[in-house]
Design a protein around this ligand. Structure first.
Ligand SMILES: *[C@@H]1O[C@H](CO)[C@@H](O)[C@H](O)[C@H]1NC(C)=O
Ligand SMILES: *[C@@H]1O[C@H](CO)[C@@H](O)[C@H](O)[C@H]1NC(C)=O
Ligand SMILES: CC(=O)N[C@H]1CO[C@H](CO)[C@@H](O)[C@@H]1O
Ligand SMILES: [Ca+2]
Length: 516
């Protein structure tokens, strides 16, 4: 007689086979003729969704699925099952190693995988189950990687992690090159953007529903007033609105229906601005209106007359950058805070004498001045700050700065860990009294005309470059990189520099300031 386990297993196989048989041939037919128009596109996507379903059958703790990919089951935002509920994964620290584990877990080739961020495959409203995921690439499933703990996250709607897996040998319908080519045409078409002024030449008006805070309403030519799609709506776009209305700077942005029952039509989507435009008409937008979840996905803003402005000191960065070789024994605290690359954890697992092995660190000072007109305050309220045992202080803002090394092809080569920080006034201009202190659960922030300084000799103030080959690279340091806190300008938040790395020394030079 079959025991229950074999019975379930058999059941599972029968279903997998049945679904596979059923969907493969029909799926192939649907796609070839698809895409001529919108309703065909929906039929096509429906076909793909069915195809995906058989991977979801194994609904057990830690199961994953890819959602929102239009070309096939091999891509999408990652969702993971925990306590019977699906949730997203935050894209902080999400890169190729994590993507490989996901693809491997789904049965694709684990050797090749492309990570995506910023909810590349569509807006996500679900809870985030995982954040700061760090895999070494050998894990059999995503849940076995290191992460902050189930549901522990500071991520917002637009930060879902995704992957594109190498699907060769899978998903038969996708093998038709012609189909793939047509789908990429379609995606390109959808994403085509043009300057608002060029499309709506008869005049554009904007207004805010409240005083300094509310939903944005826009009137394009003779059309009625309408609302703005919240997808991709950031402080950069909102800054232009506040400036245009003479209301100062954007302090907060919203993608919500929070500002009241909304009967206005959706007028415009996909607005993208650099942030320094004087008029929203100078920004680009989707040529074809496309707004997922229309009703609740409306752009809003809070404007303010006084605001902080962080400025990264690139001179100090160049002056202080240098190499240091350090044994893992001295880096145990740093390992707890993910400040070394994933290979270090592998060394720790595989070698008894791991603590004698050394890591090569690129150290540098990050000095950040608040040159604005209001204090810079953390994005996370005090009661949610995290206590970090090793360094004995609270971290008030998960991603305050990022450090990246990029090779000539634009690929990130050293794992820029997400440094956690403790914001305080370390040095102020003459006549200004420092007010923010990390010690003793003090208030965190950076006062106007004060600098927060992370000196090269403090723990975690480095990039672990042990796996990097000598050569020429780009070195990028950015503060407030996710634009979570409003600022006067983001054009002074990041330094993109050249890095010369030889066997014996490192030199950082020719920094250019820009946006994160
Ligand atoms: C769009 O699709 C519908 C339904 O499949 C079809 O009847 C119609 O002819 C198509 N239109 C074009 C322009 O291909
Ligand atoms: C900050 O410094 C600038 C330049 O020195 C000065 O103009 C400004 O008034 C100072 N702001 C405050 C609040 O002290
Ligand atoms: C296989 C297929 O549907 N190919 C089509 C791709 O799109 C072009 C026009 O953009 C059609 O001519 C092809 O027939
Ligand atoms: Ca700034």
């Amino acid at each position: 007689m079959l025991d229950i386990k074999s019975y379930l297993l058999l059941h599972y196989f029968v279903w997998t086979l049945a679904l596979g048989k059923f969907f493969t041939p029909t799926g192939g037919q649907t796609t070839v003729t698809a895409l001529a128009n919108h309703s065909d596109k929906q039929a096509f996507m429906q076909a793909i969704r069915y195809k995906k379903d058989y991977r979801r059958l194994k609904k057990q703790e830690g199961a994953i699925k890819l959602v929102g990919g239009e070309r096939g089951a091999f891509e999408g935002n990652v969702e993971i099952l925990h306590k019977g509920r699906w949730g997203n994964v935050c894209d902080d620290e999400w890169d190729e190693l994590e993507a490989r584990v996901v693809c491997g877990q789904l049965g694709y080739k684990a050797s090749k995988a492309w990570p995506t961020g910023n909810s590349y495959f569509g807006h996500s409203r679900r809870r985030y189950w995982m954040d700061n995921v760090l895999c070494d690439g050998t894990e059999s499933e995503l849940a076995k990687c290191r992460f902050d703990g189930w549901g522990k996250t500071d991520c917002e709607g637009g930060e879902a992690a995704g992957v594109i897996c190498d699907h060769f040998g899978e998903d038969v319908e996708m093998h038709d090159n012609r189909v793939t080519a047509n789908i990429s045409n379609l995606i390109k078409l959808e994403q085509r953007k043009s300057k608002i002024r060029d499309v709506h030449q008869q005049g554009i008006a904007v207004r805010l529903t409240g005083f300094r805070q509310g939903r944005i309403e826009i009137k394009l030519g003779d059309s009625d007033w309408g609302v703005v799609c919240g997808d991709g709506w950031s402080l950069l776009e909102a800054s232009v609105i506040c400036r245009q209305l003479g209301l100062g700077y954007a302090a907060k942005v919203y993608q919500t229906n929070f500002f009241g029952d909304n009967r206005l039509p959706m007028a415009i989507s996909g607005i993208k601005c650099h942030g320094n435009e004087k008029n929203i008409a100078e920004c680009v937008h989707d040529t074809v209106l496309d707004c997922p979840g229309v009703g609740e996905n409306v752009a809003g803003v809070t404007c303010t007359s006084r605001i902080a402005d962080l400025v990264l000191d690139s001179i100090e960065l160049q002056r202080t950058a240098h190499l240091e070789d350090r044994q893992l024994f001295w880096l145990q605290c740093a390992m707890e805070e993910n400040c070394v690359s994933s290979q270090a954890y592998q060394v720790q697992r595989e070698s008894q004498q791991w603590y004698l092995e050394s890591r090569r660190l690129l150290r540098f000072t990050a000095r950040i001045l608040n040159a604005g007109t209001a204090d810079f305050r953390p994005s996370v309220p005090k009661h949610l700050w995290e206590w970090h045992m090793c360094h004995m202080h609270y971290h008030s803002m998960e991603v305050f700065a990022t450090f990246d090394i990029i090779d000539s092809s634009g690929k990130k080569v050293a794992e820029g860990h997400k440094a956690s920080f403790c914001l305080e006034d370390n040095q102020c201009l003459p006549g200004i009294k420092p007010r923010y202190k990390c010690a003793g659960y003090g208030d965190q922030g950076i006062s106007v005309n004060c600098s927060d300084i992370y000196k090269y000799n403090i723990d975690c103030q480095w990039i672990d470059i042990s796996e990097l080959n000598p050569g020429l690279y780009t070195f990028k340091v950015a503060v407030n990189p996710e634009l979570k806190v409003g600022e006067m300008s983001f054009d002074n938040n990041a330094a993109t520099c050249k890095l010369l790395y030889t066997d014996t020394f490192a030199k950082v030079h020719s920094c250019v300031m820009g946006q994160p």
